[in-house]
Design a binder for this molecule. Structure first.
Ligand code: GLN
Length: 208
């Protein structure tokens, strides 16, 4: 896998499941808890968990501004709480990286269906896989992506049009949890963003 190292923010939440999926694909992984660990990775996954807690811990661990700087240069994928953390606005007082031009509505599915599973169409996956099957998505106290503006694009919606995945160049946000399935297509899609971002940077700087 082109000597990639993918970090997973390991402050809280479902980081181990992402590590397991990445290892199965064959990429090097690193659990990220310290600012200097960001220098050794090509892309970062921010896992699901509790977004206010992840944000507060990122501040306590001296990671907050470093994460923001990382996202200005390198690929980040946020799943669920991680997607909230990447957003510009979650309509609550909580630390947000504000890297993506998306706003989110936390816990958007209410109590009755706090957790559910459904099949999604994610057309962009055709770029990395010939498998045309829908993606079986697991939602756990999930947010919705309420608005997608400026340079951000919608990647997937529920059948009623509510947005559950978005992309802005090298930045990816999913309201659901691909790391809890055995389908590695979204992970491989993220790796393709990491690789193309790295190749663009190398072309600009002349590095190999
Ligand atoms: N409900 C959580 C939040 O608002 C997200 C849940 C998850 O990451 N599975 O932060």
């Amino acid at each position: 896998m082109k000597n990639l190292t993918i970090g997973v923010l390991a402050l809280q939440g479902s980081f181990r499941e992402h590590i397991t999926m990445l290892r199965a694909i064959g990429v090097k992984t690193a659990e990220v808890r310290l600012p200097e660990q960001l220098e050794e990775i090509d892309g970062l996954i921010i896992p699901g968990g509790e977004s206010t807690t992840i944000g507060k811990l990122a501040i306590d661990f001296g990671l907050f501004e470093k994460l923001r700087a990382f996202g200005h240069k390198k690929a980040i994928w946020g799943t669920c709480a991680g997607a909230i953390f990447l957003s510009k606005d979650a309509h609550r007082q909580q630390p947000l990286l504000e890297l993506m031009d998306i706003t989110v509505e936390r816990n958007a599915f209410g109590r009755q269906i706090a957790s559910f599973e459904t099949d999604l169409k994610i057309p962009a996956l055709a770029k990395i896989s010939s498998d045309k099957a829908p993606f079986h998505a697991i939602f756990i106290r999930a947010p919705l992506i309420a608005t997608v503006t400026r340079d951000a694009e919608i990647l997937s919606t529920l059948p009623d049009g509510r947005i559950v995945a978005a992309q802005q160049g090298r930045l990816l946000a999913t309201a659901f949890h691909p790391e809890l399935t055995s389908d590695d297509r979204v992970h491989r899609y993220f790796l393709s963003l990491v690789i193309s971002n790295r190749e663009t940077k190398n072309k600009l700087t002349g590095e190999q």
